[in-house]
Ligand binder design. Structure first.
Ligand code: AMP
Length: 289
């Protein structure tokens, strides 16, 4: 089977021409926003668009405005040729890879801030991050005007922020959340996992394990949540994780901490292992029969 190389577009004008042509042909369009360094998690989102019969557009843009001054913007992996090859191999149609200047031309002065949902979890630890995300995703949605846009539950707070933003701004794109793709030992795939040393990678497998056990204990009602979360924190710290930004059980929609399972809830963790910040979350629900 021959693999067709998808075009790589870098200006909004070229992108709009291509999208307009697809629309004239009656195509449906699915957008998968990414920062590149594509892995199986990203490709799963692409496959979801393809399975829905959509022309799959992947955006590859390492967005400077969602990184804090002491974060890894400079070090973030950039490997466009490899990304394009992976995207082509699954049958993706178009790569939207704008330059920073194309995305933020001189004089750029508009920002999208989503309140409430960004107050907790990663919000306080990454000031400005979600404003950077909401602004760039609003732009991507308005540039591509897709029927649907696909986001991973891996970044669950981001998914909820994007849903709120698209709804509040009347952006007529359906936001689709896709379950987290994991390694065999349960570690969530992430472009940042390449920062982990061999020893850290081995230690990292404790994270999904502690999360599963904590979620199961919460479900079984073994102890108050505060106690379970403290014990999860202690186990992670003992294995070399730290600082641990949060271990929390929150309402799955509002993302506020909860003390019982009256409504759907999820367990959220953010912790550093060496210089790598890992985040993950899982639903707290009985396993499917
Ligand atoms: P990123 O390139 O890290 O900004 O991620 C781009 C998109 O891929 C986001 O919607 C992420 O939530 C999603 N994603 C990243 N890792 C995974 C994963 N392990 N499983 C599912 N989706 C993921």
């Amino acid at each position: 089977m021959s693999i067709v190389a998808p075009p790589i577009l870098r200006t909004v004008a070229d992108l709009r021409d291509r999208i307009a042509q697809w629309r004239r042909e009656g195509a449906r369009i699915g957008l998968i926003p990414t920062m590149g360094a594509l892995h199986e998690g990203h490709l799963t989102l692409v496959r979801r668009a393809l399975e829905a019969g959509e022309c799959a557009v992947v955006s590859i843009f390492v967005n400077p405005t969602q990184f804090g001054p002491n974060e890894d913007f400079g070090a973030y992996p950039r490997r466009e040729a490899d990304d394009v090859a992976k995207f082509a191999a699954v049958g993706g149609h178009l790569v939207w890879a704008p330059t920073v200047d194309a995305m933020y031309p001189g004089g750029f002065a508009t920002h999208v801030a989503v309140s409430g949902l960004t107050d907790g979890l990663c919000g306080p630890f990454r000031p400005g991050h979600f404003q950077g995300v909401a602004t760039v995703v609003a732009k991507l949605l308005l540039q591509v005007l897709p029927d649907r846009a696909y986001f991973g539950q891996k970044d669950y707070q981001q998914l909820q922020v994007v849903r709120r933003m698209a709804c509040d701004l009347d952006i007529p794109t359906r936001i689709v959340g896709v379950p987290t793709v994991r390694e065999a030992d349960g570690l969530a795939l992430s472009s940042r996992n390449i920062y982990l040393s061999t020893d850290e990678r081995q230690a990292a497998s404790l994270l999904p394990q502690v999360m599963q056990e904590t979620a199961a204990a919460a479900l079984a009602g073994h102890a108050p949540f505060a106690e379970l979360l403290e014990s999860a924190r202690a186990r992670l710290a003992a294995a070399g994780f730290g600082p641990i930004d949060y271990v929390a059980i929150c309402d799955a929609e509002r993302l506020e901490p909860v003390e019982d399972l009256a409504r759907p809830a999820r367990l959220f963790v953010a912790a550093r292992l060496g210089k790598t910040r890992l985040i993950d979350n899982i639903p707290i629900e009985a396993p499917a029969p």
